[in-house]
Design a protein around this ligand. Sequence first.
Ligand SMILES: Nc1ncnc2c1ncn2[C@@H]1O[C@H](COP(=O)(O)OP(=O)(O)OP(=O)(O)O)[C@@H](O)[C@H]1O
Ligand SMILES: [Mg+2]
Length: 264
Amino acid sequence: MRLGASPVLRGVDLTVRRGEVVALLGANGSGKSTLVRTLVGVLPPSAGDVRLLGRPLGDGVPWGRVGYVPQRVSAAAGVPSTAEEVVASGLLHGRRLRLPRGWRARVREALDQVGLADRAHRPTHQLSGGQQQRVLIARALVRRPEVLVLDEPVAGVDRPSQEAFAATMTRLVGDGMTVLVVLHELGELAPLVQRCVVLRHGRVVHDGAPPHPRPGHEDSDHEHVHPHAHSRTLQRAEDVRLADGPFEARLDARDDSAEDEGAR
Ligand SMILES: Nc1ncnc2c1ncn2[C@@H]1O[C@H](COP(=O)(O)OP(=O)(O)OP(=O)(O)O)[C@@H](O)[C@H]1O
Ligand SMILES: [Mg+2]
């Protein structure tokens, strides 16, 4: 996976199985957003193969069954939209250019799930950063997706809203939703996360059970993943290939061997 001059992701081979909740972790710049953006078709892979819900990326993917929450961008630009409009846009996808019957009630329900029902008619630029982030979550949830990809959904979101988000996610996962979520720490979602994938310099360096916080590491400041502390650190990308699932990504830049030193 190449962006600009150098490869961002190398030898990533990842399959998420139906019903799994997978956290994608790694330092700033390790390639987390690039991986999820490639997976949802926002970025074209320069090499490799991506399948979503069993279909190669493209028109064949049932996009209406996929929800995506992008990593927050700092400032909103362009025409002001109300929270209701932004969430309603989550009901438009592919060839569907008209809102479905009953959209207002669905939008209201999604805003309610993130605790913003009373802000439906506010222009989003008048909402706080954390509230804007919750509007993006509602836009993904309004589809009632089978698979949900979230890029740091709770960055900048206060603790009560994180708890409310975790409760909503718990219910949706209980109903069978598959989740791939980029996080810096597991936080409130820790009880839900069954598997952690850690990227470093665009490679998968850990894929396995979430580490348990160890004595002295229980503080909320200290919920980092310690990949070295776990026996399942990967030797080869092939180790993570699993049976077919809703998400599969095999992204590779074959010409990367000389560029390792420049990867940081
Ligand atoms: N459009 C682009 N063109 C060239 N390089 C890019 C582009 N977008 C991202 N990169 C580079 O790709 C690398 C990975 O970026 P990415 O946004 O995927 O990291 P991340 O793991 O999501 O980081 P963060 O934790 O800060 O969100 C970075 O080195 C970044 O500079
Ligand atoms: Mg990112």
